[in-house]
Design a protein around this ligand. Sequence first.
Ligand code: ADP
Length: 389
Amino acid sequence: MVGGGQLARMTHEAGIPLGIKFKLLSDTPQDSAAQVVSEVVIGDHRDLDTLRDFARGCDVITFDHEHVPTEHLRALEADGIPVRPGPDALVHAQDKGVMRAKLDEIGVPSPRHRIVKDPADAAAFAREVSGAQRLDEGRWPGDGRAGGFPVILKTVRGGYDGKGVWFVRSEEEARDPFLAGVPVLAEEKVDFVRELAANIVRSPHGQAVAYPVVESRQVDGVCDTVIAPAPDLDPELAGQAQQLALRVAKELGVVGHLAVELFETTDGRILVNELAMRPHNSGHWTQDGAVTSQFANHVRAVLDLPLGDPRPRAKWTVMCNVLGGDYPDMYAAYLHCMARDPQLKIHMYGKDVKPGRKVGHVNTYGDDLDDVLERARHAAGYLRGTIVE
Ligand code: ADP
């Protein structure tokens, strides 16, 4: 696996019962997975020679992140190393512009969008999508949506956890996204009631399984809580979301776990926000809440083994991320959390605690959603230090 983050750490964990030999390419020995995997190569995933050396002796390569340059993946494939997901699929998770164009081509609904070349072009886009009409005196209508703003601007590559995404209210504010020198994608600001994720796993010979659609709640652009299944979701819409994810995976040739992040709009539609082709935060609940976890199924898919049952094991499972807070060591909080909720499962990533950094997550489950939510939130807050009793 290329990339030493928590996704690699948990994928490695899922491979242990199968006796899979797991080799890791990691930036530093301190990375989350590098601390626990026995065969670690320290090196830069952007360097082709490093990748080639690493790949020697591997039966198959998969990823913890999307940052390996697409042309390097093609070179590895040309060397005869199976890369899963392959570059033709992965490019859609690497580049938001390519992803939007492909979804348009295959008729999958997205927010309205186009690549914009500068702040003035972003302003033109804002007017296009809002249908804003210029007033006679040469101004644009007011009320905080002057000239059709706000819109969302995104750098097409390199963003994560809300970085690389700007909520822009004016042409002035539209300057920053262009500073990185990366193409900028403009999107209409979607009025959504909530964010959902449709997670599926697909194997090379085309077997696929779909997890229940989940609700994902973000705080400051970072995933905070995932509820499985999404409460009160119209079964028809849930089925559409699963079908849509399966279709995207098939059309793009995805192998492994695919997370399709969705908006449920105020007028009852679903629009695709993002694709991730690896295990994903919205699937962490499956470790304790599904018959087969996303990590176990990702391993199976990458090895082209039959996929495991994706069905939930409890009526409700809630995952809350644990962010870094005031305590450098969260171990002292385990006593309270475990004693309070025997169903609680704590997953820590071995990362240094820094304020706001994702350092772990908790899962818990049960029959009463309010109770399950309260228990998960309490544990995550107690570990972070925002709840003290
Ligand atoms: P990344 O995952 O790379 O950080 P996303 O594209 O998922 O970036 O955007 C981060 C968050 O910004 C989303 O979860 C959503 O809350 C908000 N967002 C992104 N695009 C839009 C949009 N077109 N309309 C409204 N909100 C958006």
